[in-house]
Design a protein around this ligand. Structure first.
Ligand code: TYD
Length: 242
């Protein structure tokens, strides 16, 4: 695989161009950051795990009619993806209150969020990824009104599919973040990754609020056993055939 030119290096991934101008290569890193990169570290094997989890989930979502940028995985920590124009938005879906939702609203950790909440955050490190309202998003021309509607519908549909999938793995999907791109035909395409870095996942077999955590909160909150938890997620995800 010729990975000829580094286009962009982010906190968890590096993006390369390939000889085909419509195809990019993503390299998943072991580096971990939290709290807008104020906390830094490394999770052994994370790159390969997140790549494999994302690949499996993208294949599963594709099979259920959700268009994604995923093509294949030429190496365990590499994913070939279709080139899309990434919208500078983080679309967060919440089924259970945790993280910033609890901090900003006072809702107790674990409060059921029904119907699920779909939120938009502006991907901008300098501004600290602020929460946007629909009107602010439109004011900033980050998407068209039609795209905002499409994003919300897609996020809810993906949530229903992922919730069901993780439930079969014995895992509760608490919340997660999605990123979308626009392809050359103006189609909305699911992009980026879906992994223990970008989801909150709770083990249904564990009642203890710390022991049940299988995602990046183990790193954020120094709960230990981060690698083991990520490997558990991978094993359970791969055990579900697509
Ligand atoms: P949220 O509770 O808003 O933020 P924090 O992780 O700082 O408490 O996160 C909601 C979900 O979205 C959670 O599963 C982590 C994911 N997420 C990301 O993957 N990247 C991000 O930049 C943000 C803001 C959230």
């Amino acid at each position: 695989m010729s990975a000829d030119r580094k286009l962009y290096e982010g906190k968890a991934k590096i993006l390369y161009s390939t000889e085909d101008s419509e195809i990019l290569l993503t390299h998943f890193k072991d580096d971990a950051t939290a709290f807008n990169a104020q906390k830094r570290g490394s999770i052994v094997g994370k790159g390969e795990i997140n790549c494999a989890v994302s690949a499996h989930l993208f294949r599963m979502l594709e099979a259920k009619g959700i268009p994604t940028h995923f093509i294949d995985t030429p190496a365990p920590n590499q994913m070939r993806v279709c080139r899309v124009h990434i919208l500078p938005l983080e679309v967060v879906v919440r089924n259970i209150a945790a993280g910033s939702l609890c901090k900003q609203t006072g809702l107790a950790l674990g409060t059921i969020v029904n119907p699920p909440l779909v939120e938009f955050y502006y991907k901008n490190d300098d501004l600290g990824d602020p929460l946007l309202t629909r009107d602010r998003l439109l004011l900033m021309q980050l998407a068209t009104p039609e795209q905002v509607d499409q994003l919300e519908i897609a996020a809810r549909e993906i949530n229903e599919i992922l919730k069901e999938f993780f439930s079969q793995c014995g895992i509760t999907l608490v919340d997660f973040k999605l990123e979308f791109g626009i392809d050359q035909h103006q189609n909305l395409i699911l992009a980026d990754e879906i992994s223990p870095d970008t989801c909150r996942l709770w083990d249904n077999a564990e009642a203890d609020p710390d022991a049940r955590v299988m995602d990046k909160d183990r790193f954020r909150r120094d709960l230990g056993s981060v690698e083991t938890a990520y490997q558990q997620v991978l094993q359970r995800v791969l055990a579900q055939k697509v």
